[in-house]
Write a protein that binds this ligand. Structure first.
Ligand SMILES: NC(=O)c1ccc[n+]([C@@H]2O[C@H](COP(=O)([O-])OP(=O)(O)OC[C@H]3O[C@@H](n4cnc5c(N)ncnc54)[C@H](OP(=O)(O)O)[C@@H]3O)[C@@H](O)[C@H]2O)c1
Length: 316
């Protein structure tokens, strides 16, 4: 094994152009950790927000910083106390905000052994790298936080993005009747992915839709208008930070409460997610694949909006 690796880094906050690839030391696993040779790494909204400096109060001024949270690949080294085997194919995502000198957009990433699981066996490991964070977020939102049941009506606001494309497929697998709210160019795409109905968010505001048992809000604007579409037993989950003020306000409600959460990597949830993939109920939806050297373009496309699923960085 080599001592150095290529890793995406940046030396100041700013536009995607700040991203570059550097030669750095391969990480060494500590107790309870493994090193994973990364095949694919999806770009998430939070990667772009941290790179822009939008949360610099939390991510600080220490540079260089690495980027990327999602990874799928195989284990190349294990730390003390780890029962996993070298060469095992695994997937997961890094917890917290990416602020260290390297992230998952690198040839090797170090991760805690109890925060990853076996990768799905029926899809390519590069493609698998598009799913961990978005898929876990979608699964937690539907299964744990809204307790979606078969036969219920589910609205997904933002069904063409990373979390939305996973939630659409998971919602169908759980037996829900899914309405996808997407941009005008993605109506057919959402139907092909399994949506029972697809509506343009430019022309269908809350006055034109509903009611729904569960709303998954991936946008966070005008949440009051959407919350009004819920019957008394209805549940709404929002993952977008734009919705934070309204979510806090809504805690005073007993019924139709809006919930939010931050997804953290848990081995058992990642294993469940892999199960959905291997049963053929979920596949990563990849808008475009970028080599590591062109990671800036992946960030640019994510921030331009209108994507169908994920921007994926191919590392191997
Ligand atoms: N809490 C957590 O743990 C967690 C985890 C993952 C993600 N997130 C957050 O969840 C949100 C979604 O993440 P993502 O990865 O799916 O992002 P994404 O891939 O950028 O998708 C966002 C989606 O929202 C759509 N959208 C934009 N404006 C809209 C509107 N007015 N009405 C309805 N839909 C609209 C976008 O459509 P267009 O592209 O057509 O504009 C796109 O489909 C982001 O805010 C992200 O930061 C939170």
């Amino acid at each position: 094994m080599t001592d150095t690796m290529r890793a995406a880094q940046y030396d100041r906050y700013g536009k995607p152009e700040v991203l570059h690839v550097s030669e750095v030391a391969v990480p060494v696993p500590g107790p309870g950790e493994v090193v994973v040779r990364v095949h694919g790494s999806g770009v998430n909204r939070v990667d772009a927000a941290v790179r822009r400096g939008a949360v610099r109060i939390a991510t600080g001024r220490r540079f260089p910083k690495g980027t990327g949270m999602d990874f799928a690949g195989e284990i190349t080294a294990i730390g003390d106390g780890v029962k996993l085997a070298v060469d095992a194919k695994v997937w997961g995502f890094l917890p917290g905000l990416p602020k260290g000198p390297t992230g998952a957009a690198a040839e090797f990433v170090v991760a805690k052994a109890d925060q990853l699981s076996a990768a799905p066996t029926t899809i390519d490991l590069v493609d698998a790298g598009a799913l961990p964070m978005a898929g876990v977020t979608a699964l937690l939102a539907l299964r744990e936080y809204s307790e979606l049941k078969a036969g219920e009506k589910l609205l997904i606001r933002g069904a063409n993005g990373g979390v939305g494309t996973a939630a659409l497929q998971l919602g169908k697998a759980m037996g829900a009747r899914v309405t996808a709210l997407v941009g005008p160019n993605n109506l057919d795409f959402a139907r092909e992915l399994g949506a029972d109905a697809a509506l343009d968010y430019h022309t269908h505001g809350p006055d034109q839709v509903g009611p729904f048992d569960v709303i998954l809000d991936l946008n966070g604007a005008n949440m009051a208008g959407y919350r009004a579409l819920l019957p008394e037993h209805g549940r709404m989950v929002c993952t977008a930070t734009k919705g934070v003020a309204y979510i806090l306000f809504s805690m005073i409600y007993r019924e139709r409460r809006v919930r939010s959460f931050t997804a953290s990597p848990k081995a058992e949830v990642l294993a469940d997610l892999a199960g959905f993939v291997d049963r053929g109920e979920l596949r990563p939806i990849i808008d475009s694949v970028h080599p590591l050297a062109e990671i800036a373009e992946a960030h640019r496309e994510l921030e331009a909006g209108g994507s169908r699923g994920k921007q994926l960085v191919r590392v191997l």
